[in-house]
Design a protein around this ligand. Structure first.
Ligand SMILES: NC(=O)c1ccc[n+]([C@@H]2O[C@H](COP(=O)([O-])OP(=O)(O)OC[C@H]3O[C@@H](n4cnc5c(N)ncnc54)[C@H](OP(=O)(O)O)[C@@H]3O)[C@@H](O)[C@H]2O)c1
Length: 239
């Protein structure tokens, strides 16, 4: 186990990638703090992890609300004493033709994907700066670096997260905080359930593939930083 005694906050932990990541980090010995809005889903996963002998805490929160984000960080510190890893996996994807995209769609994606990543990263980075160590992994996605039809609002929000991740790497490196931007191609998760597009989910990455990429970034030796990782299905490469 490579993350024994390390404390990881995972946002979007009720979702496909976040839940798989929480399980994978716990399997490496990390103490995991699971957050998302749906508390009942978090509690179910936390109970299963605790029953398996892992350390886990569920804190329901909306990442777009600074006070709720602060409460996640407070409870993580109060329970486990420190924070070593943040995985920003909360996100919303509304993929439709540009002319059909509403202002509300755009607002939601910018709020969750961009502002949520900003708020959570800033709250956790303040703790990590005092510790002089920590790692932030942002699940950006390839649509934060490459265009795809029907993704105008989503790509706008994810290009913003891409820019944010790059600047965090610059701003936080001298504070002992490492930043990884993870560019995943399509991942077969509930993300696609409400999306009205013809996609081949059986050709996508699995949530386990995504979680393994997070673990790879999280387990780099202290003296190294994995700045970027691009992982795509062989049959659907945008980058
Ligand atoms: N699936 C893909 O093909 C793919 C590819 C590349 C990158 N990504 C990115 O990977 C991340 C995870 O995606 P996924 O595939 O796991 O999607 P998912 O299964 O739909 O999960 C999305 C997660 O985000 C959480 N969330 C949404 N709005 C939130 C809010 N306001 N506050 C807190 N949490 C919120 C959801 O939890 P609640 O509803 O309980 O709040 C859920 O846990 C996203 O950032 C997505 O953009 C996905």
């Amino acid at each position: 186990m490579r993350l024994t005694q390390q404390v990881a906050i995972i946002t979007g932990a009720s979702g496909g990638i976040g839940a798989a990541t929480a399980r994978a980090l716990a399997a490496e010995g990390a103490h995991v703090v699971l957050t998302a809005r749906r508390g009942e889903v978090l509690h179910e996963l936390t109970e299963a992890l605790l029953a398996g002998g892992h350390e886990a805490l569920a804190v329901a929160a909306d990442v777009t609300d600074a006070a709720q984000v602060a409460e996640v960080v407070r409870q993580a510190q109060e329970t486990f004493g420190h924070i070593d890893l943040l995985v920003n996996a909360a996100g919303v994807g509304i993929l439709k033709p540009f002319l059909d995209l509403t202002e509300a769609d755009l607002d939601q994606m910018l709020a969750v994907n961009c502002k949520g990543t900003f708020l959570m990263s800033q709250a956790v980075a303040r703790v990590m700066a005092m510790q002089k160590r920590g790692t932030i992994i942002n699940v950006v996605g390839v649509l934060g670096r490459a265009p795809m039809a029907n993704s105008a609002g989503y790509a706008a929000s994810k290009y913003a997260v891409n820019g944010l991740s790059k600047v965090l790497a610059q701003d936080l490196r001298r504070l002992g905080i490492r930043t990884t931007a993870l560019y995943l191609g399509g991942v077969d998760s509930p993300f696609w359930d409400a999306i009205d597009m013809r996609v081949q989910r059986d050709k996508m990455l699995s949530v386990t593939d995504a979680a393994n990429a997070v673990v790879y970034a999280a387990t780099q030796p202290d003296a190294l930083v994995l700045n970027e990782l691009v992982l795509q299905p062989e049959s659907h490469q945008l980058l």
